[in-house]
Design a protein around this ligand. Sequence first.
Ligand code: PMP
Length: 354
Amino acid sequence: PDILSLSPYVPGKPIEELQREFGLERVIKLASNENPLGPSPKALAVLNEGMATLHRYPDGGAFRLRQALADRWKVTPDQVILGNGSDELLGLLARTFLSPGDEAVMADHTFVIYKMEVVAAHGKAVTVPLVQWRHDVAAMAEAMTPRTKLLFLCNPNNPTGTMVSREEVARLLSQVPEHVVVVFDEAYFEYVRSADFPDSMTYVRQGRNAIVLRTFSKIYGLAGLRIGYGITTPEITNLLNRVRPPFNANSLAQLGALAALGDDEHVATSRAVNESGMDQLKSGLAALGCMPVPSEANFLYFDAGCDGRRIFEALLRQGVIVRHIEGRMVRVTVGQAEENQIFLTALARVLKTG
Ligand code: PMP
């Protein structure tokens, strides 16, 4: 019954398929918060090296990558765990910490995978509505019960782009029982501009039951390789490693991630392109009467002013893929300047023709 209560994730059609179906020359994808500049060139350069040893299993301990991440975040390698995307780590957390009927507290709306993994692990997803598109940390603290085992904080939040501040996190953590594992999902961390963003790694270094999840899918441009990581206490990695499939981080992903981690230039360029694209989209959307929610990530959440599904479908027919979230709300990923302009022009046309 728990599995039947879930709906399968609906994948979008391949771009070539859409081109054929709608007779389009070009399709622009602004739907999955990917890096519009592509992969880190340093990552691409090393992938060939890995081809020659594809007959071997990957390093199940990801020795070099874990060491590099430990150095980067000033922790020890036994505090680092890798996943087949951070998605997989969310599943490992649910399977490790939830017994049937245990509860996990999360916002609504937030990243859809939390609920899916919690319910698939026979746990109960306790959802706390956002207030003005932001996490309601006071209500989240109140939602704790003796059965609460996990707390998900998506920061910045997908799909809204909003942030939980340093002060809000400190207040929330002072109210959350010590045994609850706090999951800081920071997939968009590298895009954040606010000085009030919390330093979640500090809680881990202090030995708090917390895990910080980051990914190579966003700013590093490696979504297709599937690799993400968690930084947590040695006790928590020890538990998660009992559940983790030994070869979950494939050898190309390990190589590519290691190279991408050292590619500060690609990260800096990607941040700069995101910042100017964000400004372009914000003013363009505001001019169309679609006020976007202030975002710290690489996407914007906006009110289309009418049925968002209809807007999504009309944009698709014009060759622009965005994401309909619910009701009038639509999410668009920041692209390169030309892509953003094509999106804004298409949206203006769609809104005008009704
Ligand atoms: N967390 C959040 C908030 C996300 O938006 C995403 C990607 N959509 C992920 C985690 C998963 O990323 P990946 O599995 O590609 O590392």
